[in-house]
Design a protein around this ligand. Sequence first.
Ligand code: FES
Length: 160
Amino acid sequence: MNKPLASPELLLVRQLLTNHQSQPGGLLPLLHAVQDALGFIPANAVPLIAEGMNLSRAEVHGVITYYHFFRSTPPGQHVVQVCRAEACRACGSEELWAHAQSVLGCGAHETSADGKFSLEPVYCLGLCASSPAVQIDDKMHARMTEAKLSAVVAKLGSVA
Ligand code: FES
């Protein structure tokens, strides 16, 4: 269960609503904007979004759960995205994916027990020529190896 939205967060969702509610097909851009701003889409923002977009709560919830990109819980401190698309698969990304799960101690769309890392599969980061590719927070890593991934995770994990 999410904690209730604090007033500043609620105000922010209301502000974002005003930017998108008259836009045809505005729900997806609104959900992206909320997640960009808060890191996730709190369950208790759903009624507000539904009312503002003139949709049912079930419709909004359905969209959030349909797209794996949207989070209903806060992400870890760092988000590790491993490309699992074809070019990266051909260069060992499935082994890298298994290694990432082992090192982080969590699976797809999950967060490590210490809250430091969330793990996400992605399907092309635009670095196909330098596969396998990983993105950690805003930084892209080309030609990633298991050893390099372990080193980056250890470095980030040691920073409080
Ligand atoms: S397939 Fe992995 S970056 Fe394009």
